[in-house]
Design a binder for this molecule. Structure first.
Ligand code: ZN
Length: 211
């Protein structure tokens, strides 16, 4: 299963999807079925049913997760990602194919698949005035322990290991801690000042970041 959100508390939230292989198996059956045949029609119905079930599960998960977060936390900081912008830039244009097209496309799939935009939207509705979007710049490269910011800190997509202090963490949790602290790092590598919060003291430190 894919991780679809990480909290600064270290929790990883999973959005249930299809059981692996279920859709692939049906697609293979469809490819083998003769056009216009009864079997083909039956497989199509089954595929539609699986898709509906997947959408229902995701919707359920978004409702439960957003309700839970809105209850548990006074302030919820989320990574501000421009989903539309990224979808567009991943494709690139003929003139500017864009680097990292494959990586970005992969990210897009996981964002769209996990319904990140939906989750943030519901959170904003359930916790009005308590959701802050933090620019995502360098939050994934910044060490949440010592502040050192470097691309080399990302040992892999999943693992963060600080080249300065050796702090090791789940990469998404590390980014979530930065985001929770409001420590968006500017493009210059300096630290953007945290947004002042006009709320109760946060005894329960907030979330969260996408993958
Ligand atoms: Zn460090």
């Amino acid at each position: 299963m894919k991780v679809s959100a990480a909290l600064s508390t270290g929790e990883l939230l999973h959005c249930p999807g299809l059981r692996p292989g279920e859709a692939a198996r049906l697609q293979r059956q469809l490819a083998r079925a003769r056009r216009g045949g009864n079997r083909r029609a039956r497989v199509k119905v089954r595929i539609a049913r699986v898709k509906t079930r997947e959408a229902d599960r995701r919707k359920d998960w978004i409702e439960k997760t957003s309700t839970g977060l809105a209850r548990r936390y006074d302030l919820i900081r989320v990574e501000d990602i421009n989903i539309l912008g990224m979808t567009r830039s991943a494709r690139g244009t003929v003139e500017m194919p864009g680097r990292n097209v494959r990586r970005k496309a992969g990210l897009n799939r996981s964002i769209l698949g996990s319904g990140w935009g939906c989750l943030v939207h519901r959170l904003e509705q359930k916790a009005p005035g308590r959701v802050e979007k933090v620019p995502a710049f360098y939050t994934s490269q910044r060490c949440s322990a010592c502040g050192h910011t470097a691309p080399g800190n990302r040992e892999s997509q999943a693992v963060f290991r600080c080249v300065a202090c050796g702090h090791t963490a789940n990469a998404d949790v590390n980014a979530a801690v930065n985001i929770a602290a409001g420590r968006a790092v500017t493009a210059r590598g300096g630290t953007a000042s945290a947004v002042p919060v006009n709320r109760e003291p946060q005894h329960r430190a907030p979330p969260l970041v996408d993958v």
